[in-house]
Write a protein that binds this ligand. Structure first.
Ligand code: FMN
Length: 321
């Protein structure tokens, strides 16, 4: 009798699960690339298995030390960064970072790939997909939107033909779901998303950071050594929401929506705009427990809006839903 009562109660619990490219997530919360290291750093603070997944730091073929400092500047309701893809390189990620992650995370992780040429995107994607650690990887997230590096990164994400070329080339070397991370520094993000879908992408994630800068008035010099950086945090949320809304109208593949998410209320709004899952970036830097708190808040915020199944609200704000 007691057991059947328990089953009844569980049935009424809000269902936070979503399906991202054929993989079921317990909830849609995915700490965003560059804001959650390789996971184990945060596992010292809390059990990161409460997350839907997370996207690890942008990985390139060779190790990179990133840009000169200062590479962080404050902004109202946000942060500017010009880290410049600091990472140990794909070999070390496979030999050191993924084994350490396996000790603390038992769900599929999102592997974030960056590059300066199509060949580099292909090689990093291939190495991650074929490595002895490939089972840990659920999705490959190809970042064609980094605003902080020269001669690659964002230049692929600002041109629909070049974006499609990266998708076609990486598609050939992986059977993992391929998610393309788009730049907001464009006039027609929906057109670029459609080009990625047509070229074989399984999903898109957006937005990366918006290009900005700050000036130190005492010296009249840019604060960031790189002069410009990428703005993220709550300041960009309405821009990200608008772009997710537009992309949802243009493509059928799932969207990982991100940009300024700090609360479970933001998650609901982003999903109503069209996101299947959400990325949480800068919020983790301001409050290391932010992603965990969002996961914990979700059921009560769902109850507040009468949502029983989170998957039901994806794209709910569109008239053709
Ligand atoms: C310090 C920092 C480093 C980042 N590094 C990466 C990266 O390596 N690869 C990537 O695709 N995005 C990177 N991003 C972008 C975030 O993943 C995310 O798309 C963006 O910050 C918007 O989300 P937010 O407003 O929640 O921060 C970085 C962002 C920050 C703040």
């Amino acid at each position: 009798m007691v057991a059947s009562k328990n089953i009844d109660v569980n049935k009424r619990l809000p269902d936070t699960r979503v399906d991202l490219c054929g993989i079921t997530l317990d909830n849609p919360v995915i700490p965003a690339s560059g804001c959650f290291g390789y996971g184990y750093e945060f596992a010292e603070l809390y059990d990161i298995n409460c997350l839907g997944s997370f996207s690890f730091k942008g990985t390139t073929l060779e190790p990179r030390f990133g840009n000169k400092t200062p590479r962080i500047a404050e902004a109202p309701a946000g942060v500017l960064n010009s880290v410049g893809l600091q990472n140990p390189g794909v070999s070390k990620v496979i030999s050191h970072e993924l084994p350490r992650l396996a000790e603390v995370f038992n769900k599929p992780v999102m592997a974030n790939v960056s590059g300066f040429s199509i060949e580099e995107y292909v090689e990093v994607t291939r190495r991650l997909s074929e490595s002895e650690r490939a089972d840990q990887i659920g999705w490959i997230e190809v970042n064609i939107s980094c605003p902080n590096v020269h001669g690659g990164g964002m230049s692929f994400g600002t041109d629909a033909d070049m974006a499609a070329e990266v998708v076609e080339a990486t598609r050939k070397v992986t059977s993992k779901p391929l998610i393309i991370k788009l730049s907001p520094n464009v006039t027609d993000i929906a057109g670029i998303a459609k080009a990625c879908e047509d070229a074989g992408a399984d999903g898109v994630s957006l937005i990366n950071t918006l290009m900005g800068m700050r000036i130190d008035k005492k010296t009249a010099m840019p604060i960031l050594a790189n002069t410009t950086g990428g703005l993220s945090g709550p300041a960009v949320f309405p821009v990200a929401l608008r772009m997710v809304y537009q992309v949802y109208e243009a493509v059928k593949i799932p969207i990982v929506g991100m940009g300024g998410i700090t609360t479970a209320e933001d998650v609901i709004e982003m999903m109503m705009a069209g996101a299947t899952a959400v990325g949480v970036g800068a919020a983790n830097l301001a409050e290391p427990y932010a992603s965990k708190q969002i996961v914990e808040e979700l059921p009560s915020v769902m109850a507040k809006y009468g949502i029983e199944r989170l998957a039901d609200i994806i794209g709910a704000s569109h008239s053709h839903k």
